[in-house]
Design a protein around this ligand. Structure first.
Ligand code: ADP
Ligand code: ZN
Ligand code: MG
Length: 480
């Protein structure tokens, strides 16, 4: 049997974070009663005229620059004509030739830590459609609240640079992270604010051509992108192996059955009859516009990751995790400021705190442990006021209650026991109870000491310092 590898291109749509819609003054918001945010323009009523949303243009320019694109100095909007009830005008205003951004790229990090460059063919601005609600029976209803919401489309270059479901997911994660860093999208895939459409063909592994592709429409999670690609690779492989030919088609994704389903063949697809939109003036960017937008770009994930490595001495791996989301990076930097050990803070944020967040399903922006109180916890530990064991025990309580570490330590009497005679008394008890272990140690089995330390630590409820415990054990053993 031939082994095949996938060849993958990605189209992504992001709803832009503007106040109002693309060509009218209706609010750009999510949810609410159907058809409340509509007007003659976004309902496509005859005689209404579009007015361009300047902020939306700025957000696409910002994205194109962040994705290392060349900027088209002059771009036209175009009418993309097709008929569907969610598109009341009978055409979508989009961009065709000269999109705002062209020939860009972004770098993704692969499983083995290597980076790979994925080229981007275009970044353009268009408007979203309304939403059909299939109410059951023979009825469908339409909600135009989303009609005319500014939509950005980002398409990867041809021939494609991605050859596995992992790479495609890494691309999408990186793109989402950049869009959220830029403040152009909220990145909420589950609400359809960021949607992905993988285009995929397969070829015998080791060859360089591209086969006939299929396109999976409107995926709204990383998981469905991953699974959809895997499913399509298997399906196309089975088609070729049985002597058939893949047909160019547009597919939907069934999230419950984990399979793609046929929507339409390419030959059934509409002829869009693009032509320049006569109701809008052409866009023009001069050097000053472009340089001003470039200068206003925030620090992006790659640059932040490199800075975290050099400024805080973090490992690449930790820096990658901490900078994957901007709120997480901000949280970390606030906690790491002001004298606490930045590596210890990174360990807590990517370790214990991440586990607590996973278990409770909370995002970093929702938790009750502020960056400052995390820093205080670690400072209490590093200054020797509490042991590491107690710090690990206090964090879940902080997470649960929102109390400061100090308050919990005071309320529960968890501070380090400074009185060595109290520890020495426990050491005596443990030694008296374990003559067999002492015999082993005397016989040269140093490792058995760890058992004694553990017993004393347990008796002290984690409030004795391990080095003090070890010293006392050594002293007592020497006297035996
Ligand atoms: P369409 O017009 O059908 O949407 P495009 O030419 O706009 O197709 O390409 C959409 C995406 O699909 C791009 O990322 C492109 O690189 C990718 N693509 C095009 N042809 C193939 C193919 N044969 N196999 C895999 N991906 C492809
Ligand atoms: Zn409107
Ligand atoms: Mg397409």
């Amino acid at each position: 049997m031939t082994t095949y590898e996938p060849v993958i291109g990605m189209e992504c749509h992001a709803e832009l974070l503007t106040q109002s819609k693309m060509f009218c003054g209706c609010a750009n918001e999510f949810g609410g009663a159907p058809n409340m945010r509509t007007c003659p323009v976004c309902l496509g009523l005859p005689g209404s005229l579009p007015v361009m949303n300047r902020q939306a243009v700025q957000l696409v320019l910002r994205t194109a620059l962040a994705l290392n694109c060349e900027i088209s100095r002059d771009c036209l909007f175009a009418r993309k004509n097709y008929f569907y009830p969610d598109l009341p005008k009978g055409y979508q205003i989009s961009q065709y030739e000269n999109p705002i951004g062209m020939k860009g790229w972004l770098d993704i990090t692969l499983e083995d830590g290597a980076t790979k460059r994925v080229r981007i063919r275009r970044v353009h601005l268009e408007e979203d459609t309304g939403k059909l609600v299939h109410a059951g029976g023979n009825e469908s209803e339409v909600d135009y609240n989303r009609s005319g919401v500014p939509l950005m489309e980002i398409v990867t270059e041809f021939p494609p640079d991605m050859f596995s479901a992992d790479e495609a997911r890494a691309y999408l994660e990186k793109l989402r992270s950049i869009l959220v860093y830029l403040g152009v999208s909220d990145g909420k895939m589950e609400e359809g604010h960021l949607r992905a459409e993988p285009n995929l063909s397969i070829r015998p592994a080791g060859t360089t051509g591209v086969g006939v592709k299929t396109e999976i429409k409107n995926l709204n999670s990383f998981k469905s992108v991953y699974k959809g690609i895997q499913y399509e690779v298997e399906r196309q492989t089975a088609v070729l192996e049985s002597g058939g030919a893949v047909r160019q088609e547009t597919l939907g994704w069934n999230d419950l059955r984990n399979e793609t389903y046929h929507m339409r063949f390419k030959e059934e697809e509409q002829e869009y009859r693009y032509f320049p939109e006569p109701d809008l003036v052409p866009l023009h960017f001069d050097d000053a516009d472009i340089e001003a937008a470039r200068a206003a770009l925030p620090e992006l994930p790659d640059a932040k990751r490199e800075r975290f490595v050099s400024q805080y001495g973090l490992r690449e791996y930790d820096a990658e995790i901490l900078t994957a989301s901007r709120p997480l990076a901000d949280y970390y930097e606030e906690a790491a400021g002001d004298g606490a050990d930045p590596k210890a803070i990174a360990n807590y944020v990517t370790g214990d705190l991440a586990r607590l967040m996973n278990a409770s399903g909370q995002e970093i922006t929702e938790i009750k442990v502020s960056p400052v109180s995390l820093r205080e916890l670690i400072q209490l530990r590093d200054s020797g006021k509490i042991t590491n064991a107690i710090a690990k025990q206090v964090l879940p309580e902080m997470f649960e209650t929102g109390w400061s570490a100090q308050a919990i330590i005071d309320a529960k009497g968890l501070a380090v026991v400074g009185d060595e005679s109290a520890i020495a008394a426990e050491v005596d008890k443990v030694l008296a109870a374990n003559p067999d272990v002492i015999a082993k140690i005397k016989a040269g089995n140093e490792k058995s000491k760890g058992f004694l330390t553990g017993q004393v630590m347990r008796a002290m409820k984690g409030q004795a310092k391990p080095d003090v415990v070890n010293r006392l054990i050594d002293e007592k053993l020497a006297q035996l």
